[in-house]
Design a protein around this ligand. Structure first.
Ligand code: DGJ
Length: 737
């Protein structure tokens, strides 16, 4: 059983020991009901309670039941920080009561051990399928004065080093209360001997790794943009001082949410770190009526005793197996051609068919028609919301183009951006009140567009009907769901003044309910999410859409860093990666085709260039890459991923060369990719020690025919010389003999 509950009779305390295969998480309930955190680390079988952090006198006040003259929670590690009662660290929850008071004194009320993992109403979350897979501890705390209950959930995975935490607040008073902050998880580490790892960037430069030392005060990441954002991914890892790619303790946290979030580490005056993650309290407020409850989204917490690499693989497996859903969850993903960088808005059905001819020859399986197929959409200044085919561009409409693709043996995918409306559109004319705006204030445009107010049920219902009609209008097997601006002028005409701060969260709930209905109605469609590239790359989205366009930057060298950062948390099956033209449209850089292809093969593979402009021999070369990808895709998408060079030690950017490998789950196949970024004359040779192979087996290099023992490859390594010209790439395919 992963969860053990014990009472320590001697001093009246009791504790919960939450065990995953390699980790233990300990909660102590003091005899006065205060719920204290006693540690999270390497697995132990027994807990005496004698080493508990709260017993340590650091020269400051002790917990209340030890010294009634000095009631202080100032340094006591907590499971959930309550405000106003001497825990001066940032609280996990802020509540305003009817009398205006804001203090909370949360004490143990009850607990419940649940077989499996309860759903969180209206929110995406990881799920259990098999019996015994997960056991959930629901620990209910109650305020000492008001009938306000906070239930902390801990879903403990029996075969994975994962604990998922979330919280629910229930108002059993007679009056409304206002929630001003509700964190999903809080962990008080006994010390701050960690480095904080985060994935930050911008459009075209998403999820670069940054590592910093913890110092007293606050270190935080957040989004206030209405979505999880390009700028900070809702992910943090705390690395023990000696942790590296393959060794040392790492604690990873990822928020299953697609809206405003915050994650912070506050180091206090005794240099202990409090980690908190949840919905951003910026512009957040939730009116909790008498009898109502509020659920805060899930935080996935991964423990690794073997460095960052193992943490990544634990996230990958969990997300592929128990977060993504639907028919495409574990199905090899098709090779795509997307017409965006090939044509932008300038296309008609003839051009698309010509592109499809070339793509078919190049081994492509799915044609994706991007922006510009509807309404008056000749550029990005108009027509969002008018989801009617533009027959001037596409004679015969969607059924015709789909049948043309079918003739060529290609599936058909379509781009939509349903959450938006252009001021110049029929939809805006008909429903000016549907966009997010503050009456009386100028509306700020971004890409000449506004966001629809998905906190409104009527807007969500309208979108469901409209999109259902489009999706059913032809044989559409793939949808690229885009989202190209951030939320400003936060306000909903449907909410009164008191409820306006609920709007950003209600928007996310509206989006999730729309996605739930559409994915249930169209289970055969492969949904790909996009937000100006990777602006909403988070586990909340992955619950509905199993792959995400990683970045609008398709330059191979930029992509190496972006994809390396993304794959710290998200599996290759989730990372959509395309080969594009040179000079690259985002950086102007020229990279060899091999490098573009091998880089894109790190995820779900496709193309994004005008193949009609390529010479016959170039198409033939591309066809070879497509054939190669078809051979390796199940290893890449569903195998284990190893970073052979760790970029994290230095700047977060890979400097001389990048190398990674994918190994099939049964270890019979491996794909090793090396990519040089910087060419040097007489450069030092690289010794590339492989990882993850079956130690007792031999492997054959499919190109050279050489056979090596796995131990040779892993302990001594392959010796590679710097490739001529730099910017070159190599792929080695190994098969167990
Ligand atoms: C932004 C996306 O990231 C691109 O791939 C493309 O779909 C454009 N939007 C279309 O407007």
């Amino acid at each position: 059983m992963p969860v053990v509950f014990e009472k320590c009779a001697e001093d009246g305390t009791s504790f919960f020991l939450l065990n995953t295969p390699n980790s233990s998480y300990i909660i102590t309930v003091l005899k006065n009901g205060i719920v204290s955190h006693s540690g999270w680390g390497r697995r132990i079988e027994k807990w005496s309670g004698n080493a508990a952090i709260w017993k340590t006198d650091r020269g400051v006040n002790l917990p209340p039941d030890l010294d009634p003259r000095n009631l202080s929670l100032d340094t006591l590690p907590q499971e959930y920080g309550a405000p106003g009662k001497s825990d001066f660290r940032p609280s996990s929850i802020d509540v305003a009561f009817k009398d205006g008071s804001r203090a909370l004194d949360l004490r143990y009320f009850s607990h419940n051990l649940i077989e499996g993992k309860p759903q969180i109403k209206g929110l995406p979350a990881t799920y259990a399928l098999e019996s015994g897979e997960v056991q959930t501890l629901a620990l209910t705390l109650k305020d000492t004065v008001f009938d306000v209950y906070v239930t902390l959930f801990y879903a403990v995975w029996a075969e994975r080093d994962v604990i998922c935490r979330w919280a629910e607040v229930e108002n059993k008073t007679q009056d409304k209360i206002k929630l001003e902050k509700v964190m999903s998880a809080c962990i008080d580490f006994g010390c701050s001997d960690f480095r904080m790892f985060q994935l930050s960037g911008s459009w075209g430069r998403e999820r670069k790794a940054y590592i910093r030392e913890l110092v007293p005060g606050t270190q935080s990441i957040e989004s206030r943009r209405g979505s999880s954002s390009h700028h900070q991914n809702p992910f943090v890892a705390l690395l023990a001082k000696d942790a590296s790619e393959d060794s040392g303790e790492v604690f990873g946290f990822n928020f299953v949410y697609s809206g405003n979030f915050e994650a912070r580490v506050d180091v206090d005056f005794v240099e202990a770190a409090r980690f908190s993650m949840g919905i951003n309290s910026y512009n957040f407020g939730w009116n909790l009526e008498a009898g109502a409850s509020f659920a805060a989204p899930e935080v996935v917490m991964v423990y690794s005793k073997d460095g960052l690499g193992q943490m990544s693989r634990t996230f990958h497996d969990l997300y592929r197996e128990r977060l993504c859903r639907g028919e495409w969850q574990l199905k090899p993903r098709p090779i795509v051609i997307n017409n965006w960088e090939a044509t932008y808005f300038d296309f008609d059905e003839k051009k698309l068919c010509a592109l499809a001819d070339a793509a078919k020859e190049a081994g492509v399986e799915m044609f994706v028609l991007d922006d510009g197929w509807f309404g008056n959409r000749f550029d990005d200044r108009r027509a969002l919301g008018d989801w009617v085919v533009n027959t001037q561009k596409l004679k015969g409409g969607l059924p015709y183009i789909v049948s043309e693709m079918k003739k060529r043996g290609l599936g058909f995918g379509l781009w939509v951006e349903p959450e938006m409306v252009s001021p110049e559109s029929e939809l805006f004319k008909a429903h000016p009140d549907w966009c997010i705006h503050i009456p009386g204030r100028e509306m700020y445009l971004a890409r000449t567009q506004l966001m629809l107010d998905l906190s409104r049920q009527d807007v969500v219902d309208y979108l469901f009907e409209t999109l259902s009609d489009i999706f059913a209008s032809a044989e559409i097997s793939y949808i690229k769901w885009d989202f190209n601006r951030y939320m400003t002028d936060v306000f909903s005409e449907k909410l009164d003044a008191e409820h306006q701060q609920e709007m950003p969260h209600r928007y996310v709930l509206g989006l999730y309910s729309l996605l739930e209905r559409l994915t249930a109605k169209f289970p055969h469609i492969l949904f790909e999410s996009c937000a100006s590239g990777g602006g909403r790359f988070d586990p909340g989205i992955l619950y509905y859409m199993p792959q995400i366009w990683t970045s609008d930057n398709t330059d191979a060298l930029s992509r190496i860093t972006i994809q390396a950062g993304t794959a710290v948390v998200y599996p290759p099956s989730a990372m959509s990666c395309h080969v594009s033209a040179v000079p690259n449209h985002q950086t102007g850089r020229i990279t060899p085709l091999a490098q573009r292809a091998f880089t894109a093969m790190a995820g779900t593979y496709g193309y994004e260039l005008d193949m009609t402009k390529l010479a016959k021999d170039e198409i033939a070369q591309i066809a070879e890459y497509s054939a190669l990808y078809k051979k390796i895709r199940s290893v890449v998408q569903f195998g284990d991923c190893y970073r052979l060079v760790s970029p994290w030690e230095k700047s977060g950017r890979i400097e001389k060369y990048a190398a990674w490998m994918n190994v099939s789950k049964d270890k019979s196949h491996a794909v090793v990719t090396v990519s040089w970024i910087y060419a040097e004359a007489y450069a030092p040779k690289i010794v590339l020690k492989l990882k993850g192979l079956d130690e007792n087996a031999d492997y054959k290099d499919l190109k050279s025919g050489n056979v090596y023992s796995a131990k040779e490859l892993m302990y001594f390594g392959l010796i590679l010389a710097n490739m001529w010209g730099g910017n070159a790439s190599e792929q080695i395919l190994l098969v167990r003999v």
